[in-house]
Ligand binder design. Structure first.
Ligand code: 5GP
Ligand code: MN
Ligand code: MN
Length: 287
């Protein structure tokens, strides 16, 4: 018999606060105290340094980024994904000492959503963003897609990378909110993306939170994705899940199995004051 578990769409998927009221009865959410980033790194460990939602606000060195081996960024590194912002961010990554930088996009990194660029989705022009502006800039840089600017990192988009035997998967999608980049409807459309996450994933990076962990908005509503939590708890069981998007949900929690990290650097007022979160993983045997 196949041991593949099929995740079902939750009946309350479109009301995550209500879904979480039911789900939380059967599980715990324990706050985790982040480790002191000045703790020496053990020789047989890899240190990960987590950022998210920096929104073009860290390039001038406003925030101290701790040393470590691998830098992870969970999206919204720009304001509106202009190629000039992406170029500045990539140059900033190039100045950091971490051996490897792994980055995903968020809903603000608009030009990474090629479908959105192609269809020139309407309301975004209000933010000074147009398809022609993006395409003119790309032509000026001699490239056809903004991903080509990300030369100082590994950019993940429903894809993975293995670092010393540690499997990392990244995905930018989040529930629709005001027609931004990588928006998808709750339920099956998002679950289709989560079904791409390999079972062997050790560190999952998504832009948005799962329901119940780091997903409470300032109005006290849970807005995380129900099927993302189901995928983590019923199928993938990663050691770490890194995300951002809900800036006011910054912090670290565990369900006893996965450690959830909302690493939003920016506060809900877009002030880049939340410190990066670090964690260490022992290098697996044989690496
Ligand atoms: P961003 O625009 O940077 O993606 O998100 C910034 C803020 O917008 C979040 O901290 C949160 O307050 C709000 N926000 C983002 N997505 C949602 C959502 O799906 N629902 C609600 N109610 N607020 C959201
Ligand atoms: Mn953000
Ligand atoms: Mn966001």
């Amino acid at each position: 018999m196949s041991s593949v578990s099929v995740i079902q769409v939750h009946p309350d998927t479109n009301s995550p606060t209500r879904a979480w009221q039911k789900l939380q009865v059967h599980q715990k959410v324990v706050k985790v105290t982040p480790m002191d980033p000045s703790t020496p790194i053990l020789a047989d460990h890899i240190r990960f340094v987590c950022l998210s939602d920096t929104h073009s606000r860290i390039e001038k060195g406003q925030i101290k980024i701790p040393d470590g081996d691998v830098l992870l960024h969970a999206g919204d590194f720009t304001n509106i994904g202009l190629p000039s912002e992406v170029k500045t961010y990539n140059e900033f990554l190039g100045t950091l000492p971490h051996k490897l930088k792994i980055v995903i996009a968020g809903n603000h990194d608009l030009s990474f959503d090629y479908d959105l660029v192609k269809n020139n989705r309407k309301h975004l022009s209000g933010f000074g963003w147009t398809r022609s502006l993006v395409e003119e800039k790309l032509a000026e840089y001699g490239i056809t897609g903004v991903k080509e600017l990300m030369t100082n990192c590994v950019y993940l988009q429903d894809s993975g990378v293995c670092v010393c035997g540690i499997n990392i998967w990244g995905s930018p999608w989040q529930p629709t909110f005001c027609d931004w980049g990588f928006n998808l409807e709750r339920g099956q459309p998002l679950l289709d993306k989560w079904n791409l996450i390999p079972k062997s994933t050790d560190i999952l990076i998504t832009h948005g939170p799962p329901v119940g962990h780091g997903d409470k908005c300032f109005d006290k509503q849970n807005v995380g994705c129900v099927e993302l939590l189901s995928t983590i708890q019923q199928r993938v069981h990663p050691k770490y899940h890194l995300f951002g998007h809900i800036h006011e949900g910054y912090g670290m929690t565990t369900d006893g199995n996965t450690t959830f990290i909302n690493a939003s650097t920016c506060t809900v007022k877009y002030k880049p004051t939340n410190p990066p979160v670090v964690f260490d993983i022992p290098v697996p045997e044989g690496f």
